[in-house]
Design a binder for this molecule. Structure first.
Ligand code: HEC
Length: 144
């Protein structure tokens, strides 16, 4: 499946490096509550995403993809997921010099803390089958 964010992200040099352990030992219950409050309106109460999420909207933005295993959230490393949530799609890519990407994903920098973002991402990860969790973990840079 072609994923526009993966293509864009693959040409980006990370400004700093995360190891793969940020999602371990997180408060998954708090993450689930925050997900319902902040994310479910677009990404779906069951993490199912918006209908026809692979087709662009008329304005060129993409609908919200599912965060369950049918989507491509698990194709991305922790750093991208974190930055995307914190700064929003446009902010995350603009920070790396890509300014022609029109994103419908808002930034949550002023709404929730960094720790809360990690809790939400850990909750999302906890819904994936173990095999998918392992593949996603393998996308993170090794410990340095
Ligand atoms: C107003 C609707 C909206 C809300 C609310 C929202 N998102 Fe998104 N999100 C989107 C859209 C649309 C995209 C599609 C990517 C793009 O166009 O940049 C997206 C993409 C993403 C991505 C990157 C793509 C991927 O593969 O998963 C992540 C991570 C993400 N959202 C996390 C979250 C989290 C976590 C929350 C809650 C804190 C949240 N979003 C709330 C609309 C939303």
């Amino acid at each position: 499946m072609i994923c526009r964010i993966t293509i864009l992200a693959s040409i980006l040099l990370p400004t700093f490096t995360f190891a793969g352990h940020e999602l371990k030992g997180r408060d998954i219950v708090r993450g689930q509550t925050l997900y319902s409050e902040q994310c479910a309106s677009c990404h779906g109460a069951e993490l199912q995403g918006q209908p026809n999420w692979q087709r662009s909207n008329d304005d060129g933005t993409l609908p919200a993809p599912p965060h369950d295993e049918t989507g491509h959230t698990w194709h991305h490393d922790n750093q991208l997921l974190f930055t995307y949530t914190k700064l929003g799609g446009q902010g995350a890519l603009a920070e790396r010099g890509i300014t022609n990407f029109n994103s419908g994903m808002p930034g949550f920098e002023d709404t929730i803390s960094d720790e809360e973002i990690w809790d939400i991402l850990a909750y999302i990860r906890s819904t994936w089958p173990e095999r998918v969790q392992e593949i996603q973990a393998g996308r993170n840079p090794p410990h340095q």
